[in-house]
Design a protein around this ligand. Structure first.
Ligand code: DGY
Length: 329
Protein backbone atom coordinates (compact mmCIF):
# COMPACT_ATOMS: atom_id res chain seq x y z
CA UNK A 1 0.00 0.00 0.00
CA UNK A 2 1.27 3.48 -0.80
CA UNK A 3 1.89 5.92 2.03
CA UNK A 4 -0.63 8.36 0.49
CA UNK A 5 -4.38 8.12 0.56
CA UNK A 6 -5.87 5.19 2.44
CA UNK A 7 -7.63 2.66 0.22
CA UNK A 8 -11.42 2.50 0.49
CA UNK A 9 -12.68 -0.88 1.56
CA UNK A 10 -15.89 -2.49 2.79
CA UNK A 11 -16.17 -5.19 5.47
CA UNK A 12 -19.54 -6.93 5.30
CA UNK A 13 -19.76 -7.79 9.03
CA UNK A 14 -17.86 -7.09 12.20
CA UNK A 15 -15.00 -9.61 12.57
CA UNK A 16 -12.61 -10.03 15.55
CA UNK A 17 -10.27 -7.13 16.25
CA UNK A 18 -7.36 -9.55 15.75
CA UNK A 19 -7.82 -8.62 12.09
CA UNK A 20 -10.24 -5.72 12.04
CA UNK A 21 -8.01 -3.34 14.05
CA UNK A 22 -5.31 -3.43 11.36
CA UNK A 23 -7.87 -3.03 8.61
CA UNK A 24 -9.50 0.04 10.15
CA UNK A 25 -6.11 1.54 10.95
CA UNK A 26 -4.69 1.19 7.44
CA UNK A 27 -7.81 1.66 5.30
CA UNK A 28 -10.71 3.98 4.91
CA UNK A 29 -12.95 1.20 6.14
CA UNK A 30 -16.72 1.00 5.99
CA UNK A 31 -17.64 -1.80 8.41
CA UNK A 32 -21.19 -3.20 8.37
CA UNK A 33 -21.80 -3.72 12.11
CA UNK A 34 -25.34 -5.07 12.01
CA UNK A 35 -25.52 -8.77 12.98
CA UNK A 36 -27.60 -9.43 9.86
CA UNK A 37 -25.84 -9.26 6.49
CA UNK A 38 -26.30 -6.12 4.41
CA UNK A 39 -29.27 -6.40 2.04
CA UNK A 40 -28.06 -7.06 -1.50
CA UNK A 41 -28.91 -3.56 -2.78
CA UNK A 42 -27.11 -1.97 0.14
CA UNK A 43 -24.08 -4.21 -0.33
CA UNK A 44 -23.86 -3.25 -4.00
CA UNK A 45 -24.07 0.43 -3.11
CA UNK A 46 -21.51 0.23 -0.31
CA UNK A 47 -18.87 -1.63 -2.36
CA UNK A 48 -19.06 0.88 -5.20
CA UNK A 49 -15.61 2.42 -5.68
CA UNK A 50 -13.91 0.11 -3.14
CA UNK A 51 -10.45 -1.35 -3.76
CA UNK A 52 -11.03 -4.25 -1.41
CA UNK A 53 -13.93 -6.06 0.22
CA UNK A 54 -13.99 -8.49 3.13
CA UNK A 55 -16.91 -10.84 2.52
CA UNK A 56 -18.67 -13.52 4.55
CA UNK A 57 -20.12 -16.75 3.16
CA UNK A 58 -23.51 -14.97 3.10
CA UNK A 59 -22.44 -12.64 0.25
CA UNK A 60 -22.70 -13.76 -3.36
CA UNK A 61 -19.62 -12.47 -5.14
CA UNK A 62 -20.51 -12.64 -8.82
CA UNK A 63 -20.53 -10.55 -12.01
CA UNK A 64 -23.14 -8.19 -10.54
CA UNK A 65 -20.95 -7.71 -7.46
CA UNK A 66 -17.87 -6.94 -9.57
CA UNK A 67 -19.85 -4.56 -11.81
CA UNK A 68 -21.17 -2.71 -8.76
CA UNK A 69 -17.71 -2.47 -7.17
CA UNK A 70 -16.03 -1.15 -10.33
CA UNK A 71 -12.75 -1.85 -12.13
CA UNK A 72 -10.56 -0.50 -9.28
CA UNK A 73 -11.49 -3.54 -7.14
CA UNK A 74 -8.24 -5.38 -6.34
CA UNK A 75 -9.06 -7.99 -3.78
CA UNK A 76 -11.91 -9.92 -2.20
CA UNK A 77 -10.93 -11.43 1.15
CA UNK A 78 -13.45 -14.10 2.15
CA UNK A 79 -13.75 -14.63 5.91
CA UNK A 80 -14.14 -18.42 5.51
CA UNK A 81 -12.19 -21.38 4.21
CA UNK A 82 -15.05 -22.29 1.84
CA UNK A 83 -15.57 -19.98 -1.13
CA UNK A 84 -18.55 -21.46 -2.95
CA UNK A 85 -20.16 -18.01 -2.56
CA UNK A 86 -17.56 -16.59 -4.97
CA UNK A 87 -17.44 -16.91 -8.73
CA UNK A 88 -13.68 -17.36 -8.78
CA UNK A 89 -13.50 -17.66 -12.58
CA UNK A 90 -15.22 -14.29 -12.93
CA UNK A 91 -12.87 -12.77 -10.34
CA UNK A 92 -9.82 -14.04 -12.22
CA UNK A 93 -11.15 -12.79 -15.56
CA UNK A 94 -11.44 -9.35 -14.00
CA UNK A 95 -8.04 -9.54 -12.31
CA UNK A 96 -9.52 -9.53 -8.80
CA UNK A 97 -7.54 -11.57 -6.31
CA UNK A 98 -9.50 -13.76 -3.91
CA UNK A 99 -8.32 -14.99 -0.52
CA UNK A 100 -9.71 -17.45 2.04
CA UNK A 101 -8.81 -18.57 5.57
CA UNK A 102 -7.68 -22.23 5.57
CA UNK A 103 -5.92 -24.11 8.38
CA UNK A 104 -6.94 -22.07 11.41
CA UNK A 105 -10.38 -23.66 11.68
CA UNK A 106 -9.39 -27.27 11.06
CA UNK A 107 -9.35 -28.37 14.71
CA UNK A 108 -12.50 -26.48 15.68
CA UNK A 109 -14.44 -27.87 12.72
CA UNK A 110 -13.20 -31.42 13.31
CA UNK A 111 -14.18 -31.09 16.98
CA UNK A 112 -17.66 -29.99 15.94
CA UNK A 113 -18.02 -32.93 13.54
CA UNK A 114 -17.05 -35.35 16.33
CA UNK A 115 -19.32 -33.53 18.74
CA UNK A 116 -22.29 -33.95 16.37
CA UNK A 117 -21.34 -37.54 15.64
CA UNK A 118 -21.30 -38.40 19.34
CA UNK A 119 -24.39 -36.36 20.14
CA UNK A 120 -26.40 -37.95 17.32
CA UNK A 121 -25.19 -41.45 18.25
CA UNK A 122 -26.08 -40.94 21.92
CA UNK A 123 -29.32 -39.05 21.19
CA UNK A 124 -28.23 -36.02 23.19
CA UNK A 125 -30.61 -33.53 21.54
CA UNK A 126 -33.74 -35.49 22.32
CA UNK A 127 -32.48 -36.45 25.80
CA UNK A 128 -31.88 -32.79 26.67
CA UNK A 129 -35.35 -31.88 25.36
CA UNK A 130 -36.78 -34.70 27.49
CA UNK A 131 -35.31 -33.17 30.62
CA UNK A 132 -36.31 -29.59 29.74
CA UNK A 133 -39.88 -30.55 28.99
CA UNK A 134 -40.33 -32.28 32.37
CA UNK A 135 -40.59 -35.83 31.03
CA UNK A 136 -37.77 -37.20 33.21
CA UNK A 137 -39.57 -39.29 35.86
CA UNK A 138 -37.15 -42.13 36.55
CA UNK A 139 -34.06 -43.98 35.34
CA UNK A 140 -35.11 -46.08 32.38
CA UNK A 141 -33.44 -49.43 31.71
CA UNK A 142 -34.79 -49.40 28.15
CA UNK A 143 -34.84 -45.68 27.44
CA UNK A 144 -32.60 -43.41 25.34
CA UNK A 145 -30.50 -46.25 24.01
CA UNK A 146 -27.95 -45.04 21.48
CA UNK A 147 -25.03 -46.34 19.49
CA UNK A 148 -21.48 -47.41 20.37
CA UNK A 149 -18.41 -46.05 18.62
CA UNK A 150 -15.65 -48.50 19.53
CA UNK A 151 -14.34 -50.41 16.54
CA UNK A 152 -17.07 -49.11 14.21
CA UNK A 153 -16.43 -47.90 10.67
CA UNK A 154 -16.08 -44.20 9.87
CA UNK A 155 -16.60 -43.02 6.30
CA UNK A 156 -15.05 -39.66 5.44
CA UNK A 157 -16.20 -37.96 2.24
CA UNK A 158 -13.49 -35.45 1.39
CA UNK A 159 -10.20 -36.45 3.05
CA UNK A 160 -8.58 -33.02 3.22
CA UNK A 161 -7.35 -31.23 6.34
CA UNK A 162 -10.65 -31.34 8.22
CA UNK A 163 -11.64 -34.84 7.10
CA UNK A 164 -8.23 -36.14 8.22
CA UNK A 165 -8.55 -34.42 11.59
CA UNK A 166 -11.95 -36.09 12.15
CA UNK A 167 -10.53 -39.46 11.11
CA UNK A 168 -7.57 -38.98 13.45
CA UNK A 169 -9.89 -38.36 16.41
CA UNK A 170 -12.10 -41.34 15.64
CA UNK A 171 -9.18 -43.65 14.94
CA UNK A 172 -7.31 -42.62 18.09
CA UNK A 173 -10.35 -42.21 20.32
CA UNK A 174 -12.42 -45.26 19.42
CA UNK A 175 -10.13 -47.37 17.27
CA UNK A 176 -12.46 -46.94 14.32
CA UNK A 177 -11.77 -48.40 10.91
CA UNK A 178 -11.47 -45.48 8.46
CA UNK A 179 -12.78 -45.50 4.89
CA UNK A 180 -12.63 -42.44 2.70
CA UNK A 181 -13.84 -41.20 -0.63
CA UNK A 182 -12.04 -38.38 -2.43
CA UNK A 183 -11.01 -37.41 -5.96
CA UNK A 184 -7.43 -37.51 -4.74
CA UNK A 185 -5.57 -40.15 -2.76
CA UNK A 186 -4.45 -39.04 0.70
CA UNK A 187 -1.40 -41.17 1.25
CA UNK A 188 -0.61 -39.63 4.61
CA UNK A 189 -4.06 -40.64 5.92
CA UNK A 190 -3.58 -44.10 4.44
CA UNK A 191 -0.21 -44.42 6.17
CA UNK A 192 -0.96 -42.82 9.51
CA UNK A 193 -4.65 -43.66 10.00
CA UNK A 194 -4.81 -46.87 8.03
CA UNK A 195 -7.49 -45.15 5.95
CA UNK A 196 -8.75 -47.03 2.89
CA UNK A 197 -9.89 -45.22 -0.27
CA UNK A 198 -13.18 -46.64 -1.56
CA UNK A 199 -15.94 -45.82 -4.02
CA UNK A 200 -18.73 -43.63 -2.72
CA UNK A 201 -21.25 -46.53 -2.73
CA UNK A 202 -18.89 -48.80 -0.79
CA UNK A 203 -18.32 -46.08 1.78
CA UNK A 204 -22.08 -45.58 2.18
CA UNK A 205 -22.81 -49.28 2.48
CA UNK A 206 -20.01 -50.11 4.96
CA UNK A 207 -19.82 -47.08 7.24
CA UNK A 208 -21.49 -46.75 10.62
CA UNK A 209 -20.73 -43.02 10.66
CA UNK A 210 -20.50 -40.87 7.54
CA UNK A 211 -18.95 -37.42 7.91
CA UNK A 212 -18.87 -34.98 4.99
CA UNK A 213 -15.94 -32.62 4.40
CA UNK A 214 -15.91 -32.09 0.68
CA UNK A 215 -16.17 -28.77 -1.17
CA UNK A 216 -19.48 -27.71 -2.66
CA UNK A 217 -19.40 -27.56 -6.45
CA UNK A 218 -21.51 -28.75 -9.37
CA UNK A 219 -20.24 -32.31 -8.95
CA UNK A 220 -20.82 -32.61 -5.22
CA UNK A 221 -24.10 -30.65 -4.93
CA UNK A 222 -26.86 -33.03 -3.80
CA UNK A 223 -24.53 -36.05 -3.60
CA UNK A 224 -26.38 -37.18 -0.47
CA UNK A 225 -29.75 -37.90 -2.05
CA UNK A 226 -32.44 -40.52 -1.47
CA UNK A 227 -30.36 -43.20 -3.22
CA UNK A 228 -27.32 -42.41 -1.07
CA UNK A 229 -29.30 -42.56 2.17
CA UNK A 230 -30.98 -45.80 1.05
CA UNK A 231 -27.51 -47.33 0.57
CA UNK A 232 -26.48 -46.49 4.13
CA UNK A 233 -27.05 -48.83 7.08
CA UNK A 234 -30.26 -48.37 9.09
CA UNK A 235 -27.95 -47.86 12.08
CA UNK A 236 -25.82 -45.23 10.36
CA UNK A 237 -25.25 -41.65 11.51
CA UNK A 238 -24.84 -38.86 8.94
CA UNK A 239 -22.84 -35.74 9.86
CA UNK A 240 -22.52 -32.62 7.69
CA UNK A 241 -20.28 -29.77 8.82
CA UNK A 242 -19.32 -28.72 5.28
CA UNK A 243 -22.12 -27.14 3.23
CA UNK A 244 -25.89 -27.72 3.35
CA UNK A 245 -26.45 -28.24 -0.40
CA UNK A 246 -24.24 -31.34 -0.29
CA UNK A 247 -27.33 -33.13 1.01
CA UNK A 248 -30.86 -32.96 -0.34
CA UNK A 249 -32.71 -31.94 2.75
CA UNK A 250 -36.11 -33.48 1.89
CA UNK A 251 -34.36 -36.79 1.09
CA UNK A 252 -32.48 -36.67 4.39
CA UNK A 253 -35.75 -35.98 6.17
CA UNK A 254 -37.39 -38.97 4.49
CA UNK A 255 -34.47 -41.25 5.37
CA UNK A 256 -34.54 -40.18 9.03
CA UNK A 257 -38.30 -40.40 9.30
CA UNK A 258 -38.42 -43.86 7.69
CA UNK A 259 -35.48 -45.02 9.80
CA UNK A 260 -33.39 -45.75 6.73
CA UNK A 261 -30.61 -44.20 8.81
CA UNK A 262 -30.42 -43.82 12.58
CA UNK A 263 -29.66 -40.14 13.07
CA UNK A 264 -28.08 -37.01 11.64
CA UNK A 265 -26.02 -34.16 13.06
CA UNK A 266 -25.94 -31.02 10.97
CA UNK A 267 -23.94 -27.82 11.35
CA UNK A 268 -25.14 -26.70 7.92
CA UNK A 269 -28.52 -26.73 6.22
CA UNK A 270 -30.02 -25.78 2.88
CA UNK A 271 -31.05 -23.01 3.00
CA UNK A 272 -29.46 -21.22 5.94
CA UNK A 273 -31.12 -20.44 8.19
CA UNK A 274 -33.35 -23.51 7.96
CA UNK A 275 -37.02 -22.63 7.43
CA UNK A 276 -38.93 -22.90 10.69
CA UNK A 277 -41.50 -25.13 8.99
CA UNK A 278 -38.86 -27.53 7.66
CA UNK A 279 -39.98 -31.00 8.82
CA UNK A 280 -36.38 -31.84 9.79
CA UNK A 281 -36.86 -29.63 12.83
CA UNK A 282 -39.59 -31.91 14.13
CA UNK A 283 -37.50 -35.08 13.96
CA UNK A 284 -36.01 -36.21 17.28
CA UNK A 285 -33.20 -38.03 15.48
CA UNK A 286 -31.89 -34.89 13.78
CA UNK A 287 -29.66 -32.51 15.71
CA UNK A 288 -29.07 -29.14 14.05
CA UNK A 289 -26.79 -26.31 15.13
CA UNK A 290 -26.49 -22.96 13.30
CA UNK A 291 -23.24 -23.23 11.26
CA UNK A 292 -20.97 -22.74 14.26
CA UNK A 293 -18.14 -25.20 13.59
CA UNK A 294 -15.48 -22.48 13.36
CA UNK A 295 -16.93 -20.49 16.26
CA UNK A 296 -14.07 -20.71 18.77
CA UNK A 297 -11.85 -17.89 19.97
CA UNK A 298 -8.68 -19.21 18.33
CA UNK A 299 -10.34 -20.08 15.03
CA UNK A 300 -12.20 -16.84 14.57
CA UNK A 301 -9.15 -14.77 15.60
CA UNK A 302 -7.01 -16.77 13.19
CA UNK A 303 -9.55 -16.27 10.41
CA UNK A 304 -9.60 -12.51 11.10
CA UNK A 305 -5.80 -12.33 10.95
CA UNK A 306 -5.64 -14.16 7.63
CA UNK A 307 -8.54 -12.14 6.21
CA UNK A 308 -6.69 -8.93 7.13
CA UNK A 309 -3.40 -10.23 5.72
CA UNK A 310 -5.10 -11.20 2.46
CA UNK A 311 -6.88 -7.87 2.16
CA UNK A 312 -3.84 -5.74 2.95
CA UNK A 313 -1.55 -7.76 0.69
CA UNK A 314 -4.02 -7.43 -2.18
CA UNK A 315 -4.36 -3.70 -1.66
CA UNK A 316 -0.59 -3.36 -1.64
CA UNK A 317 -0.19 -5.38 -4.84
CA UNK A 318 1.57 -8.20 -2.97
CA UNK A 319 0.83 -11.95 -3.11
CA UNK A 320 -2.01 -12.98 -0.81
CA UNK A 321 -1.21 -15.12 2.22
CA UNK A 322 -3.91 -17.63 1.26
CA UNK A 323 -4.83 -17.16 -2.39
CA UNK A 324 -7.81 -18.87 -3.98
CA UNK A 325 -6.85 -17.87 -7.53
CA UNK A 326 -3.03 -18.16 -7.36
CA UNK A 327 -2.84 -17.96 -11.17
CA UNK A 328 -3.33 -14.19 -10.87
CA UNK A 329 -1.80 -13.79 -7.40
C1 DGY B 1 -15.93 -21.80 6.42
O1 DGY B 1 -14.93 -21.20 6.82
O2 DGY B 1 -16.05 -22.15 5.25
C2 DGY B 1 -16.98 -22.15 7.43
O3 DGY B 1 -18.10 -22.70 6.86
C3 DGY B 1 -17.34 -20.96 8.29
O4 DGY B 1 -16.27 -20.73 9.12
Amino acid sequence: MSSGKKPRIFVSREIPSAGLARITQLCEADVWRDPMPPPRETLLERISGCEGVVTMLTEQVDAEFFDAAGPQLNVVSNYAVGYNNIDVGEASRRGVRVGNTPGVLTEATANMAVCLLLAAARRIGEAADYVRSGHWKTWQPMGHIGLDLEGRTLGIVGMGRIGSAVAQRCRGGWNMRVLYHDQRRNEQAERELDATPVDFEVLLAESDFVSVHTVLNDETRGMFDAAAFATMKPTAVFVNTARGPLHIQSDLCGALRNREIFAAGLDVTDPEPIAMDDPLLSLPNCLIVPHIASATVASRNGMAEIAADNLLAGLGGKPLRCPVNPEIN
